[in-house]
Design a protein around this ligand. Structure first.
Ligand code: GDP
Ligand code: IMO
Ligand code: MG
Length: 429
C-alpha cells in the first residue's frame, strides 16, 4: 500500500503541482481530496506551461488514474472547460474519475462568494470568488447538491426546486441582488450532468482497490496548512482541510493507509489574499523575490505577498501534519542575495516565543526574530547533483532541517520537471 500525501506547508502555491507531476511519473493514481478550482497548480514540461485548477496534476500521463475525490467542491463548468483545454493540448481525459459524493458548485455559490466579500468591506478575506465557501456551507448545512444528484435529471430538478427559491431569497433580501431562474439553471446543469456522467463513480472503492493491490497512490493537496479551516489563520482561510488529516475523509480511505506525508515548502514565504504574515517584506527585497519567483497567482493573477522563510510557522505546520519529509521548492529564486534571513522566533508584546500563536491578534503583532545566513550568487537552475549546490545553499538547507528535525528529501531548483534533485526516494516501497 505505498501512498504519499503531498501537503502545502505554508499559505498555498508552494509548488505542489510541480512535485505531483514529478512523482506521478512513478505513481499509478493521483487523488484530489479537498478544495476545488480555487487551486492553481502549475506544471512545466519541455518549456510548456500547464495549469490545473480542479483536475489532478497527474493528467499529463496517459496511463495514470486521476481522481476528484468526495471531499472536493466540484464546479462542472470549470471541469468541462479544463478537460476541453487538456484534450485540445493533445492529452486524454479518459482516466479521470469523479466521486458521486462530491458537492457541486452552482452559479449562486460564486455570486454569494463575491457579494459576501464586497459586503465585508475592509474585513474581506480575499477569496478566489470561485464559490468554494458557499458550496461547503451548503454541504455543512446539509442542503448541498452532490454529483450523484447532478447526473440524475429527476433528482436534480427536485433539489434545485428546493434550493433556488431559498438562494433567491438570500440574494434578494440580504444582498439586494437579482435571483436565478430555476428553469434556466436546471437546463444548463442537467446538460453538464449528462456531459460528466461518464467520469462519475465511487472513487473511494477505486482508491481502496489500488491500495490493496499495492499500487502507488499519490494524494494531491490543494491550498496550504495555514489556509486550513481549523488549523490555519482563521478567518483568513479556505473552507476545507488542506492538512494531512483532511485526506482520509476527503478521499474516503482509512488514516492507516497513509505512509508518507511530504510537506511542500517554498524556500521563502508567500501569501495571496489577506491576513497576517509576520515575515512579509513590503520593500525592495520583497519586490525582488516577487519578480524573480514570478509570484503572481495562478488562479486570479493577483500579486503574491512575499517574505523570508518562517521556521516558527513551519515547525507548527510540520507538527499538525505529521510531516515525514520536505520538498524544498524555488531555492533557485534565492540566488543573488548577499545574505538571507530565516525567522526563528517571534517577539509578541515584548515576549519572545517559538510557538505559532492561534490568536490572530497576537500573530498580527508578531515581530520576527531573524537568523542571518550567507547567500550565494551562482545560478542553481541547471544543477543536477546535490553535491554541486553552493556550500551556502547547503548550509541554508541544513539550518532548516536541524530546526524542524525533518529531512529535506527533494530540492527543486526550477519549475521544469527535470529541475528536481531527489535526495531520498519518496515511496518507501
Ligand atoms: P501550487 O499551487 O502549490 O501548485 O503552486 P503554483 O503552481 O501556484 O505556484 C508555484 C510556482 O512556482 C509556479 O509558477 C511553478 O511553475 C513555479 N515553481 C515550482 N517549483 C519551482 C522551482 O523550484 N523554481 C522556480 N523558479 N519556480 C518553481
Ligand atoms: P493552491 O492549491 C493560495 C486563498 C485565497 C483566500 C483564501 C480563501 O494553488 O495552493 P477561497 O476562494 O478558497 O475561499 O479563498 O484562500 N487560497 C489560496 N491561496 N493558493 C491556493 O491554492 C489557494 N486557494 C485559496 O486567496 O485568501
Ligand atoms: Mg497555486
Amino acid at each position: 500500500m505505498p501512498s504519499v500525501v503531498i501537503v502545502g506547508a505554508q499559505w498555498g502555491d508552494e509548488g505542489k503541482g510541480k512535485i505531483i507531476d514529478y512523482l506521478a511519473g512513478e505513481s499509478n493514481m493521483v487523488v484530489r481530496a479537498q478544495g476545488g478550482n480555487n487551486a492553481g497548480h502549475t506544471v512545466i514540461v519541455k518549456d510548456r506551461k500547464y495549469t490545473f485548477h480542479l483536475l489532478p496534476s497527474g493528467v499529463l500521463y496517459p496511463d495514470k488514474v486521476n481522481i476528484i475525490g468526495n471531499g472536493v467542491a466540484f464546479d462542472p463548468e470549470g471541469f468541462l472547460t479544463e478537460i476541453k483545454k487538456l484534450e485540445d493540448n493533445g492529452f486524454s481525459a479518459g482516466n479521470i474519475r469523479i466521486d458521486q459524493r462530491a458537492h457541486v458548485i452552482f452559479p449562486y455559490h460564486k455570486r454569494i462568494d463575491a457579494l459576501e466579500e464586497e459586503s465585508r468591506g475592509e474585513e474581506k478575506i480575499g477569496t478566489t470568488r470561485k464559490g468554494i465557501g458557499p458550496c461547503y456551507m451548503d454541504k455543512i448545512q446539509r442542503s448541498g447538491i452532490r454529483v450523484e444528484d447532478l447526473i440524475d435529471p429527476e433528482v436534480l430538478k427536485e433539489r434545485l426546486a428546493l434550493q433556488v427559491p431559498r438562494k433567491n431569497r438570500i440574494l434578494e433580501k440580504i444582498y439586494e441582488a437579482e435571483g436565478y431562474d430555476m428553469e434556466v439553471l436546471y437546463q444548463q446543469y442537467r446538460e453538464y450532468g449528462q456531459q460528466i456522467k461518464r467520469f462519475v463513480t465511487d472513487t473511494t472503492k477505486l482508491t481502496h482497490e489500488a491500495l490493496q493491490a499495492g499500487e502507488k497512490v499519490l494524494f494531491e493537496g490543494a491550498q496550504g496548512t495555514l489556509l486550513d479551516l481549523d488549523l490555519g489563520t482563521y478567518p483568513y482561510v479556505t473552507s476545507s482541510h488542506p492538512t494531512a488529516g483532511g485526506f482520509p475523509v476527503g478521499a474516503g480511505i482509512g488514516p492507516n493507509k497513509i505512509e508518507e506525508i511530504l510537506g511542500i515548502v517554498k524556500a521563502y514565504t508567500t501569501r495571496v489574499g489577506l491576513g497576517p504574515f509576520p515575515t512579509e517584506l513590503q520593500d525592495a527585497t520583497g519586490d525582488a523575490i516577487r519578480t524573480k519567483g514570478k509570484e503572481f497567482g495562478t488562479t486570479t493573477g493577483r500579486a503574491r505577498r512575499c517574505g523570508w522563510l518562517d521556521l516558527v510557522m513551519l515547525k507548527y505546520t510540520a507538527r499538525v501534519n505529521g510531516l515525514t519529509g520536505i520538498s524544498l521548492m524555488l531555492l533557485d529564486v534565492l540566488s543573488g542575495f548577499e545574505s538571507l534571513k530565516i525567522c526563528v522566533g517571534y517577539e509578541i508584546e515584548g515576549e519572545k516565543t517559538t510557538d505559532f500563536p492561534a490568536s490572530l491578534k497576537k500573530l498580527g503583532k508578531a515581530k520576527p526574530i531573524y537568523q542571518t545566513l550567507p547567500g550565494w550568487s551562482q545560478d542553481l537552475s541547471s544543477i543536477t547533483n546535490f553535491q554541486d549546490l553552493p556550500q551556502e545553499a547547503k548550509e541554508y538547507m541544513e539550518f532548516i532541517e536541524q530546526y524542524l528535525e525533518i529531512p529535506i528529501k527533494i530540492v527543486s531548483i526550477g519549475p521544469g520537471r527535470e529541475q528536481t534533485i531527489v535526495r531520498e526516494e519518496i515511496y518507501r516501497r
